[in-house]
Design a protein around this ligand. Sequence first.
Ligand SMILES: C[S@@+](CC[C@H](N)C(=O)[O-])C[C@H]1O[C@@H](n2cnc3c(N)ncnc32)[C@H](O)[C@@H]1O
Length: 259
Amino acid sequence: MSSVPDGAEHASERVAGSLPYLRVLECLHRDLRPDCYLEIGVRNGGSLRFAQCEAIGVDPAPHLTFPLGARTRVEVATSDAFFAAWPDSLSRPIELAFIDGMHLFEYALRDFMHIERRASRYGVVVVDDIFPNHPLQAARERVTRVWTGDVWKLRDCLERWRPDLTLTLLDTQPTGLMLITGLDPDNAVLATRYDDILRHYAGEAWQRPPPAVTRREGARVPDPALLSSVFRGLRAIRHSRSKPVEMAALLGLLPEVGR
Ligand SMILES: C[S@@+](CC[C@H](N)C(=O)[O-])C[C@H]1O[C@@H](n2cnc3c(N)ncnc32)[C@H](O)[C@@H]1O
């Protein structure tokens, strides 16, 4: 990591959000109660430790310091290598996933594509680092301690190419979370358009996050009590095999910040 420009350190390291992201992960495991969890990017196990179901964490260089659940294992691999060897992996569709590996758009996009193909239609995919707090945090080459890379582009990409998905942005600390629901394991649009998508976001207009992103426009309030009841509602929909589209209505109950 090279050093930040003189005088810019304070602003470029700023963080925001009304609830630590780990509280949302904890709440998802407790209230959504997935039967099968996949995490990309484990580091010390700080988020993987919440899984009590069949779970896999994937990381090429984990440094575990937290005890993990009895049915959790860690695969020491990049996510691309892990998905290439998938047949030996999870025994059931993914019901909850957390994408927190390499902080570059194309990696997060591929992680999502691989996960969706193996997910339940009632599944929830959580993506970290969706809100850089400062343009320098979004640099593709890391120059700040707080680093989101350009994962923020994934929101625009899914809105553009996959309007059928429901994206719920949460105002969490330090860099925001995005929940993706309405998953369709049979949808091949992202795979078919992968090269076009990467070309689109390599364009000059996409080299900095727009102010709407750093201002967290569209983010919802991660109120713990409300999150808990929404996640319990998602679980009830999964258990009753109701229409997955009802999940969107529930998530829409979370109020937008400032409204
Ligand atoms: C931000 S840390 C994960 C933190 C963890 N999820 C938590 O909340 O406590 C990112 C991790 O992603 C891992 N990583 C980097 N490149 C990766 C890749 N291509 N596939 C999977 N993991 C990767 C790094 O080794 C690092 O441990």
